[in-house]
Design a binder for this molecule. Sequence first.
Ligand SMILES: [Zn+2]
Length: 329
Amino acid sequence: MSADHVAEAGPSSVDCPVCGHPGMRWLPHSWSLVDVAFCTKCSVCVQRGAIPAPGAVLGRYRRGEYWRSHSRMGLSLEKGLLVWREGAAVRRLEEVEVMLGRPVPPSAVVLEVGCGPGELLSLLRRERMCQVWGLEPSPREAYLAQSMHGIRVVSADGSSLPYRCTFNLILAFHVLEHVSDPVGVIRELLGLLSSDGQLVLECPNISSPTGRMPLVQFFEPAHIWTFSHSALERIVYLASGVVARSSDSGFIRMLVNKASSDDHQSSFERDDNALVSEHGEAVWKRLDQYATSYRWSWIRVWWAWSRFVVGIRILMLLTGNMLGVVGKR
Ligand SMILES: [Zn+2]
């Protein structure tokens, strides 16, 4: 599956790349600043253009706003600003263990794709005695993970995955919406699992737009895809995975096992039944209601955001002048 054919043709002339439903619909530009096609059956959204060249997991990642090769902020200031993420890592570990239905086993070998500065991996190593590995497209985030937590992080574009070990647990939080080929990425990650290994995914949910922000921010240009629960289940099936447990209140979360040929077939039947409900029109109506309720909220968001940006700039300027660390690691 690829989004390329959506990129080349109008959405009304192509089948949905996930469920095969004929005809897609563009989101209005009041909802998304970039062209996004919407499937009226499975509700998946895929962006026109911005499709990177095929490659391994990192090569499929579109360099969006999260990608940084360096920072103009001093390293000590940057590390200080990351302290708040420690609490977020504790909550994320709780979410992972709810999905697993048990604590992460001691000495499990764990890979986190899109590990950022590595706070979750650091917590897993400290609290669960796991062996941890990170994969992170942004060189700056990878550097922070290595320098702050001593975590082995791979950060290189377009190369095949360099791992010789297999993993008991792979985590991919808010990764799949950034890659052009989610089926290929899931398949590649399932191939890195041990026989009883499991993959935990989390993505934004089109049925539950992120709270308190207008749709133009929810459908941000860095997101190539926006999934519904059934579309993501279908994508997992196409990648030869089986959804063992899932939740779609708020974000979509899935615990995925490698499929045997038997349970692959039963997953297909269940998945097809799920798609028969054709919830696309209901999701569209909900998005429309959401957009109406936030018609004027962009002024409030813009005002809050501009105050935040100006504050950060002043802080960087003052800190850089005082410590002489601007532009240095
Ligand atoms: Zn579809």
